[in-house]
Design a binder for this molecule. Structure first.
Ligand code: NAD
Length: 416
């Protein structure tokens, strides 16, 4: 049988597995398998050459039983509604496992932002917000950045929303620039949250991180901060990093500042001085202690799972491992920190941003990071404890913790 790589089919299969262990009521299971609401729309954008191009946009509100829906917006040429559905489902489990009072959503536009001018990007971002403005808000659904979107795009969307609504409402969107009500610490939050989970997993496995090695796939917001933080916080040696154009390797470790400077001047990590090239495929199969997928879905599959040699997989990306690969990695005794636990730091600090916007009173970065550490460490141990109690792998355990919480909120509301 060929492996099903449709992210939504994978998200549903993961839920099915958890439902079996939980002996979840079949009606509840059926309800949780589907998004509660989704919006599909066309966004006409006036291009710089005077023509009008129509883009396809989506917003999926998967489940808002525990609170307003929450989730990022991706701009990607390969975006599909099923990717958005899967990511919205994972957001639902992510906010539940982190135990923050929010639901799960996700949005996207099929587009290649690299081919758009700044003006076109702004008009596209504002057009997206015009389409969803009625359905988002502090008490409904709060978007944020994701792949290929950033604080500037959030600022345009915030402005469009506030112009339409006629009042200031900074909490309608998170990941904003600091000047417009963003939170200190939001930039590195996803990677930092992942670091707290890596620290805890390493303790469990008896790994001394100051003597450990790591490889990181993806050198965007999450992957590049992961490189910086794992080196600064633990002294771990990062021997390989990559982006969509290929990877770089140095067995003595890669200097974060040198790689960043090279990336800033060339747009790619390859050909960075003092490194040898490595393919994305070979990077994943390196003999390292910590493997950090921080790029896109379906990177660890039945094709390469047998060749993965790390001790811990810290899934900073969403959906990097297929269920078939999961089985293989678990049977090899590799400790997986599942995506919606490992990368929950971003949404947790987004939640802190909403709280600060509500009070119009802002915390310093130290306070944000301390509270993030507390949330991530508690979530990590809730999942690890569940894995041991139910004798299941960590991904199933994360689902058990999350699905129990969401199902309880659904039940209390009397929906099912
Ligand atoms: P980004 O766009 O800033 O960076 C993505 C990186 O992945 C880039 O370096 C890109 O070149 C690389 N990449 C793309 N395709 C690749 C491929 N086929 N092989 C290797 N590298 C490839 O995005 P990001 O915000 O860093 O997000 C990365 C992952 O983390 C995504 O799965 C995202 O959903 C997840 N995530 C992000 C956040 C956040 O706060 N940004 C939060 C939670 C999860």
């Amino acid at each position: 049988m060929t492996e099903n790589l449709n992210p939504f089919a994978i998200a549903q299969a993961q839920l099915d597995e958890a439902a079996k262990v939980l002996q979840l009521d079949p009606d509840m299971h059926a309800f949780l398998r589907r998004p509660m609401r989704e919006f599909h729309f066309s966004i006409p954008v006036r291009m710089d050459d005077g023509s009008t191009k129509t883009f396809q946009g989506f917003r999926v509100q998967y489940n808002d039983a525990r609170g307003p829906a929450k989730g990022g917006i991706r701009f990607h040429p390969d975006e599909t509604i099923d990717t958005v559905r899967a990511l919205a489902a994972w957001m639902t489990w992510k906010t539940a496992v982190a135990d923050i009072p929010l639901g799960g959503a996700k949005g996207g536009i099929i587009c290649d932002p690299r081919k758009l001018s700044q003006g076109e990007l702004e008009r596209l971002s504002r057009g997206y917000m015009r389409n969803i403005a009625r359905y988002v808000g502090l008490t409904q659904d709060v978007p944020a950045p994701d792949v290929n979107t950033n604080p500037q795009i959030m600022a345009w969307m915030l402005d469009e929303y506030e112009v339409l609504m006629g009042h200031r409402e900074p909490g309608v969107i998170t990941g904003k620039p600091l000047e417009l009500g963003g939170s200190a610490g939001r930039g590195p939050a996803t990677a930092l949250g992942g670091m707290f989970t890596i620290r805890e997993a390493a303790k469990l496995r008896g790994i001394d991180l100051s003597k450990a090695t790591a490889a990181i796939q993806g050198f965007g917001n999450v992957g590049s901060f992961a490189h910086k933080l794992i080196t600064e916080m633990f002294g771990t040696k990062v021997v390989a990093v990559s982006d969509e154009f290929g990877g770089i390797y140095n067995k003595n470790g890669l200097d974060y500042n040198v790689v960043l400077e090279h990336l800033n001047s060339t747009g790619k990590v390859i050909d960075c001085p003092g490194t040898e090239p490595i393919s994305n495929k070979d990077l994943l199969e390196l003999e390292v202690d910590i493997l950090i997928p921080a790029a896109i879905e379906n990177q660890l599959t039945s094709q390469n799972a047998d060749n993965i040699k790390c001790q811990i997989v810290a899934e900073l990306a969403n959906g990097p491992t297929t269920p078939e690969a999961d089985d293989v990695l678990n049977s090899k005794g590799i400790y997986i920190i599942p995506d919606f636990l490992c990368n929950g730091g971003g949404v947790t600090v987004s939640y802190f941003e909403m709280v600060q916007n509500g009070y119009q009173y802002y915390w310093d970065e130290e306070m944000v990071n301390q509270r993030l550490d507390h949330k991530m460490t508690s979530a990590f141990h809730a999942v690890d404890k569940m894995a041991k109690a139910k004798k299941v792998d960590t991904r199933v355990a994360a689902y058990l913790v999350a699905v129990n919480r969401v199902a309880e909120a659904v039940r209390l509301r009397g929906w099912v």
